[in-house]
Write a protein that binds this ligand. Structure first.
Ligand code: SF4
Ligand code: SF4
Length: 240
């Protein structure tokens, strides 16, 4: 009997194409004297020179820093396990070569470990993140197989997934949506725009007050994050 290969990817250990850029690797190579090429070319202000680090909460994974570096100090690995429960874990340097993450509290795991319904709010992004979130429902990624699904109404949701830098126009709708969720609820930031403002950092058209006053439970970096980065992050967080 003919049997096709499985279509659905393994969310724990998938092999990505070489062109994919995951967790950056920062070698111990010495920088040329006073070289700031990588920091200067970064469109997201993600590179810090002293001590050397890349903030993957800001990074848009364009690869320019690696291209301009004459010392090959920066390379991008195929490691798509980018998510973390803490923003400070998103700083990658010579010592921190992967992203640490702790599981949710016992209470959250008890409530949402087997079934997690999410309401997505597009708060002024480019639709790149939304396209990848849509892909979570297709036959390639099929996030529903884990009991994690998007809902149409915040009243039916356990958590909110925010994409985009939160524009002024979306600040109030975001608050209203969040208030409509029953307790307990979790907040997930998806993409560099949501985590840091991304390439819109410092724009007078954004209002990130909501993110400053509410607890953020999970950060999922990328521009946009790969669907498997999202699935992997969520499942690790809820202890699966
Ligand atoms: S890959 Fe990230 S750190 Fe490097 S230049 Fe692009 S945005 Fe900046
Ligand atoms: S993180 Fe990147 S893909 Fe997502 S909304 Fe922002 S610019 Fe678009």
């Amino acid at each position: 009997m003919l049997q096709a290969d499985p279509i659905v990817h393994d969310y724990r250990d998938a092999k990505f194409p070489d062109r994919y850029r995951g967790v950056p690797y920062i070698s111990g190579a010495e920088c040329s004297h006073n070289c700031v090429l990588c920091a200067d070319i970064c469109p997201a202000g993600a590179v810090t020179k002293k001590p050397f680090s890349i903030d993957i909460g800001k990074c848009v994974f364009c690869g320019l820093c690696a291209q301009v570096c004459p010392e090959n100090k920066i390379t991008f690995t195929g490691n798509y396990h980018l998510a973390s429960d803490k923003k400070e874990n998103l700083i990658i340097n010579e010592e921190a070569k992967s992203v640490n993450m702790q599981m949710a509290s016992e209470k959250i795991r008890k409530y949402f470990g087997k079934s997690l319904k999410l309401r997505q709010v597009s708060a002024g992004g480019c639709n790149g993140c939304e396209l990848e979130l849509n892909a979570l429902n297709n036959v390639n990624f099929d996030m529903g197989r884990f009991g994690v699904e998007f809902t149409a109404s915040p009243r039916h949701a356990d958590g909110i997934v925010i994409t985009g830098p939160v524009t002024k126009n979306m600040a109030e709708p975001l608050e209203i949506c969040y208030e409509a969720l029953p307790h307990p609820k979790i907040v997930i930031l998806c993409g560099s725009c949501a985590i840091s403002g991304g390439i819109f950092q410092g724009s007078p058209e954004i209002n990130r007050g909501f993110l400053e006053k509410n607890k953020i439970d999970l950060y999922i970096p990328g521009c946009p994050p790969h669907p498997l980065t999202f699935i992997n992050g969520i499942l690790r967080y809820i202890g699966r």
